[in-house]
Design a binder for this molecule. Structure first.
Ligand code: NAD
Length: 260
């Protein structure tokens, strides 16, 4: 599958899953934009893609900021002449029980995961429509788009919400050649997950090894973590798929943890 001459924006691409998505899309020929809050890390990721022979640009973008998103996407279009693929991936995790969950944390979670997805979608789709050459939007959902876990009220709510957004974008965008899908990974060892292991151990009163074995990987078919490569390969498949046969879907990449 080739993404030659396509322009792909990946949010939260300075680390973890997003960074691997950017690498994979670049290896398939796309010019990739690493859009992240952390410009220093975004520049490092872009440099390493360029060193490997790819085309990449780092931009600072807070996906919760309407002006920053609109301006960032505008700059991408000026620089590369358009936008064909959006991977809405930026995300954080804040775990706590509902009775202890701070309202500011709840709002921060929904802002990054849902406002971020909406704002980047709106900015990208305006250009996709104007250029008349369609496009593909991939949201980074989670197994938590389909399942619930203790201590993750805001995350589960936001990740379920992305399914709704993707389905509406699929319906509105379909007649204009824009597809929208959700990739739903199980646990992947990134900074986001490494931070949660001691936090969950403390909150649940169990060891870190037990968090990995009996909480994170308990329901998988083989006790294995999903990898950034597994997720990026699935994103690339959806980004480059040739028709609207695949739109409004969610693909779960989780070693069988969830089988919806
Ligand atoms: P990560 O912490 O490695 O990377 C997240 C990136 O997002 C960072 O570079 C960070 O700077 C950036 N970011 C945070 N807030 C931002 C904002 N407001 N604007 C722009 N960028 C921002 O995390 P990851 O594990 O790679 O997670 C990426 C996505 O994958 C998230 O949406 C997460 O919910 C999802 N996900 C992760 C896992 C997992 O197990 N790691 C599983 C399922 C889904």
């Amino acid at each position: 599958m080739s993404l030659n001459n396509k322009v792909a924006v990946v949010t939260g691409a300075a680390s973890g899953i997003g960074e691997q998505c950017a690498r994979k899309l670049a290896s398939l020929g796309a010019a990739v934009v690493i859009a992240d809050l952390n410009l220093g890390n975004a520049q490092k990721a872009a440099s390493s893609i360029i060193e490997a022979g790819g085309k990449a640009l780092a931009i600072e973008m807070d996906v919760t900021n309407e002006d920053a998103v609109d301006q960032g996407i505008e700059n991408v279009v000026e620089e590369f002449g358009g936008i064909d693929v959006l991977v809405s991936n930026a995300g954080i995790q804040i775990v706590n029980s509902i009775e202890e969950y701070a309202f500011t944390d709840w709002k921060k979670m929904l802002a990054i995961h849902l406002d971020g997805a909406f704002l980047t979608t709106r900015a990208a789709i305006r250009h996709m429509y104007a250029a008349g050459r369609g496009g593909s939007i991939v949201y980074m959902g989670s197994v938590h788009s389909h399942e619930a876990s203790k201590l993750k009220s805001a995350y589960v709510t936001a990740k379920h919400g992305l399914l709704g957004l993707a389905r509406v974008v699929a319906k509105e965008g379909g007649p204009r050649g824009v597809r929208a899908n959700v990739v739903c990974p199980g646990f992947v060892r990134t900074p986001l997950v490494d931070k949660q292991i001691p936090e969950q151990a403390k909150a649940l009163g169990i060891s870190e090894a037990d968090v990995v074995k009996n909480v994170m990987l308990k329901e998988t078919v083989d006790g294995e973590f999903t990898t950034v490569e597994d997720v990026a390969n699935t994103v690339a498949f959806l980004a480059g798929f040739e028709s609207a046969a695949l739109t409004g879907q969610s693909v779960i990449v989780s070693h069988g943890w969830s089988m919806h």
